[in-house]
Design a protein. Structure first.
Length: 96
């Protein structure tokens, strides 16, 4: 399963970044999760559909959108990597 693992730094906590990430991922049909990290960053994992490469295109679009974030955020950096992960997720969740 094609999977985007990401970590976003900047002003990304207490600005609705996780909620925005969840809605953005769901709008693209992605599955996975997002959570705050103790260092003030946000991390997560997103998986796209497996149909004929479309999933990789959606993951790339999602990665681009992470650079924007919601209006109240200030994204400094997005670290993201696409890989294969055998675990499949159901829906897109905000984790604590």
């Amino acid at each position: 399963m094609r999977t985007l693992t990401f970590r976003v730094t900047g002003l990304v906590q207490h600005v609705w970044f996780r909620g925005w990430t969840q809605l953005t991922a769901q709008g693209l049909g992605l599955r996975g999760w997002v959570r705050n990290l103790p260092d003030g960053s946000v991390a997560g994992l997103a998986q796209g559909p497996d149909d004929s490469g479309r999933g990789a295109d959606l993951l790339e679009r999602f990665r681009q959108l992470l650079h924007e974030g919601p209006p109240s955020s200030r994204v400094a950096r997005v670290e993201a990597e696409i890989s294969d992960l055998p675990e499949a997720f159901d829906g897109f969740q905000v984790r604590r």
